[in-house]
Design a protein around this ligand. Structure first.
Ligand code: NAP
Length: 512
């Protein structure tokens, strides 16, 4: 039998008492390790994190916590090779895709270490300026931000086991709030190994970082009013979390990062070079991590007159994508995470096909070094919908794989209206050569997107990519995307702090 991974909970390593759920190599079909959370004393584990971990973190200044993050980043960097091996085996990703997750995690931890150092030797933050409450200036109101005295529970999606953990944990730990992470079962191994390395290195205080692998049963029941929960995953699970009594009755603060039907838009009058920038980005977004990215481009809008050209340019790039076993150096795109996801992508394609035509067929890609009967691999498929208005399924179906749909628009107003049919997205990217037109379109889409990524020829070699989430920028989106906000530099700390207005004499306020 394969190894049963221990959970780190209540300050010690504990294996579940059940048989466990097997984690499987999506390319070879072999069992890797097992996870199980049966029998954990959840109330005791949450109390340990809240009381021991929280008190120890809050006793430190922001600069000291930033130093803990710096040390954490160094531990992760030192063990990077092992993480790549786990990602290849458990996520079926090629090296460059594993890097998005693993190096993205390490970069984010380092970024928060640097940002935290700028906050200095203090344990709470001032929020804005003091405001005079009456005619006399002596009595004023000053808002302060203090770390919440609870735990941060993270329930994460399968597609980013490393980055998904650390993009949340870095701002939480910097804020002085202990973390309990429950990674998605399918890919929990990488998150577990990272926590193991950091815990074993002894860089964080006891109770600051815990991990529960396996079932989520009972986790939400253990939440108390000053805890926070940050969820990343499907809209269906998000709805269950929102309706849980911890949220509805105990006012546990909740952040939701859900799915999103993101867009790429070629502005009117773009030349062939700009069209090529769009084609490059669409093909990249479709194939990185086999399209299993919440930020991936799902809908592509181009002027009617450039539709055929765009289909050719994207199709030509996709045709070069070699698919199969990520251990083979000639392979550019690995596997989906498991059979359930493969079935889900096939079902999604079948759902879209009655309203679309196939412009590039994923099934034309022969698998390299992988048995199609076993490997959860699928080639990239570009669909097209001539009637962008009538193809309602395209605007509300997230096929979580290497699939996107190209659609023509009449004019800019039409294009912007079509983008908005996503009903709130994580990110839209704009492609054009006219700075004023790009800026105006970005502001037009800002209310329905967490991020607008603008690509013009001057930044062709510099831009960070439509789907790459940078710690400096906000991640999250309104409406369908879940309404969450993460990252955005120090803005991320707001979620882990409580705001309080202190009304006092200006001399007392000066001591805050
Ligand atoms: P999921 O099925 O909703 O699972 C997400 C997490 O919730 C997993 O850890 C899962 O645990 C847990 N969970 C399942 N049922 C639960 C319940 N009743 N109570 C509490 N937790 C529960 O989503 P997924 O399939 O892993 O992720 C894919 C989706 O995530 C896609 O739609 C993608 O767009 C979205 N996503 C969004 C973002 C973003 O930042 N907006 C980022 C990445 C992914 P188990 O694994 O043990 O079932």
């Amino acid at each position: 039998m394969t190894e049963l991974l221990p959970n780190h909970f209540a300050g010690r390593w504990q294996t579940g008492t059940g048989r466990g759920t097997a984690l499987v190599d999506p390319v070879l079909g072999t069992e890797l390790v097992r996870v199980d959370s049966t029998g954990l004393d959840l109330a005791a584990g949450f109390a340990f994190a809240r009381e021991r971990g929280g008190a120890a973190l809050r006793a430190l200044t922001y600069r000291e916590r930033a130093a803990l993050l710096d040390a954490t980043g160094k531990v992760l960097q030192a063990n990077r090779d092992a993480y790549y091996d786990i990602a290849t085996a458990n996520s079926g990703t090629v090296k460059s895709d594993s890097a998005v997750d693993i190096d993205g995690a390490i970069y984010t931890v380092g970024s928060y270490a640097r940002l935290g150092a700028t906050l200095g030797e203090r344990c709470s933050l001032l929020d804005g300026e003091a405001a005079r409450l009456g005619r006399e200036p002596l009595f004023q109101s000053q808002h302060v931000l203090v770390p919440t005295r609870g735990v941060a529970l993270f329930i994460n999606a399968f597609n980013f086991p490393a980055w998904g953990l650390w993009e949340k944990a870095a701002p939480a730990l910097l804020s002085g709030v202990p973390v309990i992470v429950k990674p998605a079962t399918a890919t929990a191994w990488l998150a577990q190994r990272m926590v193991r390395d950091v815990v074993d290195a002894g860089v964080l205080p006891a109770g600051a970082l815990s991990i529960v692998c396996g079932s989520s049963a009972g986790l939400l029941d253990a939440l108390q009013p000053f805890d926070v929960v940050s969820f990343t995953g499907s809209a269906d699970t998000a709805a269950l979390i929102r309706a849980h009594p911890a949220v509805t009755k105990r006012s546990v603060r909740v952040n939701i990062e859900a799915d999103s039907v993101n867009s790429a838009l070629l502005l009117p009058s773009a030349d062939a070079a700009v069209l090529d920038l769009l084609a490059r980005e669409v093909a990249r977004e479709m194939t990185v991590k086999s399209g299993q990215k919440c930020t991936a481009i799902r809908r592509v809008f181009v002027p009617q007159s450039q539709s055929a050209q765009a289909a050719d340019a994207i199709g030509a790039r996709l045709a070069k994508t070699t698919v199969g076993n990520p251990r083979n150096e000639s392979v550019r795109m690995g596997a989906l995470v498991n059979r359930a996801q493969l079935e889900s992508v096939r079902a999604g394609l079948a759902h879209l096909k009655p309203q679309t035509e196939v412009l590039h067929d994923g099934s034309s890609h022969a698998l390299i070094d992988a048995d199609p009967a076993v490997a959860c691999c699928v080639g990239p498929t570009l669909l097209g919908a001539q009637d962008a208005d009538g193809a309602d399924r395209v605007h509300d179906t997230e096929v979580f794989g290497p699939v996107a749909t190209l659609m023509p628009y009449r004019d800019l107003a039409h294009a912007l209206a079509l983008v908005r049919r996503g009903e709130g997205s994580l990110v839209a990217s704009l492609y054009g050569g006219d700075p004023a037109a790009l800026a105006a379109a970005a502001v037009e889409l800002a209310d329905s997107h967490g991020r607008v990524h603008v690509v013009s020829p001057d930044v062709a070699q510099l831009h960070t990519g439509h789907g790459n989430v940078m710690p400096q920028s906000l991640h999250g989106g309104p409406g369908r995307a879940g309404g969450g906000e993460e990252l955005g530099g120090l803005r991320a700390l707001n979620f882990y702090h409580r705001r309080c207005a202190v009304q006092a004499s200006s001399t007392a306020l000066s001591q805050l």
